[in-house]
Design a protein around this ligand. Structure first.
Ligand SMILES: [Zn+2]
Length: 370
């Protein structure tokens, strides 16, 4: 239950439809005498993803004093850092966070965690990227969405605007509630390992926070964050959150003030964003060209590593089974570059990022590893 009377707190306006939140105790009262159990019914719907409707035969009266402002306006604020590479600048990385918060006439919801935290993190990353002596090769677009809480209007407007061609968007990173906790989490990250690796590496090298990632899942419910609108439209979306909550979360609540934040994790989230995005923006585009007369491949690629779960630069692959002998002759082109660069053969049971793997590589400094 919300502490004050609110209707339509974060859903689209539907004429004549009053949307209200009730707590578990009220729901249990609804179920009393129906022969159905509230918790069991709810768990079954979640498990089977099937509706389970029946008549409660109860009358419920809900009252809420509401106002609708059809002429009110919101806006997106969009910033851009144009890529420094004449070709790669056509590709863009989008960072997004909603700037608005849930409000209620007569009660101010400061919205510190939801979502000043995400907006501030993007602003901090934008400032660092703009000042960085290493210029991003790809374009970076920063969007502060308006009207998220009243129906995801800002993100819908952006997606429908086709301001940047969708096929030229590397990914969209959404930040919603990134300011309370001790860890960093990238939802959907495991589905896009070549993107995730830039962020997990930065965390491992410089930030040292508990870092987790999950696979993308189909959302059967209504979309509740701007990233979901991009996801539905077919963009690669990663949601950055903070994990390991330390303070009480006052979600859509007047006590969502700066006291409800842990600024240290916000600082680290901004660093993760800055360094991770810079790595992603400057990732060389991979290529493998075959020369018929010389019978050689010339491979140009970059990635962070090929061990364990991540294989960020597999360039040529062939599916084989049965008995066979594999052999490769490799030579590095150019000298004096990264001594740790490596090339070689990798045998894996499948293309999945976590499949068993045997690798035989030679490093830039001549070290062989198996
Ligand atoms: Zn939010």
């Amino acid at each position: 239950m919300y502490v004050s009377k609110i209707a339509n707190p974060n859903t689209s306006f539907l004429k004549g439809f009053v949307y209200a939140h009730v707590g578990d105790s009220v729901a249990i009262d609804f179920f009393a005498g129906t022969g159905h159990q509230y918790v069991e019914t709810r768990n079954n719907i979640a498990k089977l993803v099937q509706p389970n409707s029946f008549a409660l035969n109860k009358k419920v009266q809900i009252s809420a004093s509401t106002s609708y402002f059809p002429d009110s306006r919101s806006c997106n604020v969009v910033g851009i850092i144009e890529g420094s590479d004449p070709k790669l600048k056509e590709e863009a990385i989008i960072l997004g966070a909603h700037l608005d918060a849930v409000g209620s006439p007569g009660t101010l919801f400061p919205g510190a965690l939801d979502n000043a935290s995400g907006s501030v993190d993007i602003l901090a990353a934008a400032r660092a990227l703009a000042a960085s002596p290493v210029k991003p090769a790809r374009t970076i677009i920063f969007i502060f969405f308006g009207g998220e809480e009243c129906g995801l209007y800002g993100s819908k407007t952006f997606v429908e605007s086709h301001l940047w061609p969708k096929e030229k968007v590397v990914c969209m990173i959404n930040l919603d509630m990134v300011g309370n906790g001790t860890g960093l989490s990238m939802a959907n990250g495991k589905t896009f390992p070549t993107i995730l690796t830039h962020f997990s590496d930065v965390n491992e090298k410089y930030i040292h926070r508990n870092f987790t990632a999950t696979e993308a899942r189909v959302n059967y419910g209504r979309p509740r964050t701007d990233g979901a609108i991009f996801e539905k439209a077919g963009y690669k979306v990663i949601h950055l959150y903070t994990s390991g909550t330390v303070k009480t979360v006052y979600y859509h609540h007047p006590l969502d003030t700066t006291d409800a934040l842990t600024p240290e994790i916000m600082e680290d989230a901004a660093k993760l964003l800055y360094l991770g995005v810079l790595g992603l923006a400057n990732e060389k585009s991979d290529s493998a060209n075959y020369s018929e007369p010389a019978q050689t491949y010339r491979i140009s690629a970059s990635g962070s590593n090929i061990w364990f779960g991540s294989d960020s630069f597999s360039l040529l692959s062939k599916r084989m089974s049965g008995d066979f002998i594999l052999q490769t002759r490799v030579r590095f082109i150019g000298q004096g570059h990264e001594l740790h660069r490596k090339t070689g053969l990798m045998i894996r049971s499948s293309a999945a990022s976590n499949s068993p793997v045997v690798a035989c590589t030679i490093h830039g400094d001549g070290l062989t590893s198996l």
